[in-house]
Ligand binder design. Structure first.
Ligand SMILES: CC(C)(COP(=O)(O)OP(=O)(O)OC[C@H]1O[C@@H](n2cnc3c(N)ncnc32)[C@H](O)[C@@H]1OP(=O)(O)O)[C@@H](O)C(=O)NCCC(=O)NCCS
Length: 147
């Protein structure tokens, strides 16, 4: 059973651990902790049977918002949790009056590209060399509200 809830201080070590495990340029505990004080961001944690299974955040910028990396710990993948986190972030955006949501993703990251496509994100271009370690282009995706 997986719950989706707001990030709290006690989550920080587990989230920093996920960052180190899965990203070549991980967020530090300090950066994550700063988000707890940020009124313009919302971070959602997925907890499965009391264990942190994944997380992601979104920055609210008026009618637009930007999703950060979404991550699910390997042993919990392919169970709909990534999808659950993205759905919660979209709900949070709608609650805050956001119409258009954007994100960047490595062009080789098929699981993430598929997850975002499934949730209504469409590729609108590339940012050449956006990522380091290894250097790679980013695909820029948007989920725009129908007008
Ligand atoms: C991307 C990621 C978050 C997906 O998490 P997940 O919990 O496994 O995803 P879900 O089980 O909710 O899958 C949702 C959809 O994503 C896509 N997907 C997930 N894993 C996939 C894979 N290995 N290959 C292709 N598509 C995949 C599918 O469309 C899937 O829908 P389906 O189950 O109906 O086929 C996870 O693989 C991850 O943490 N990767 C490492 C970190 C990362 O790269 N994050 C993205 C940075 S932008």
């Amino acid at each position: 059973m997986t719950d989706y809830r707001y990030m709290v201080e006690q989550d920080i070590p587990a989230l920093a651990e996920l960052e180190r495990k899965y990203f070549s340029i991980p967020w530090s505990e300090k950066s994550l902790r700063n988000e707890l004080q940020n009124n313009d961001s919302v971070f959602i944690v997925a907890e499965t049977d009391g264990v942190v299974a994944g997380y992601a955040g979104v920055y609210l910028m008026g009618f637009e918002a930007g999703i950060t990396n979404v991550v699910v710990d390997e042993k919990f993948r392919k169970n709909g949790i990534g999808n659950g986190i993205v759905n919660r972030l979209i709900e949070e955006c709608e609650k805050h009056g956001v119409s258009d949501i954007t994100l960047e993703v490595r062009e080789s990251n098929i699981p993430a590209l598929e997850l975002y496509k499934k949730n209504g994100f469409v590729s609108e271009g590339k940012r050449p060399g956006f990522y380091d370690k290894p250097k790679e282009d980013a695909v820029i995706m948007w989920r725009r509200q129908q007008k």
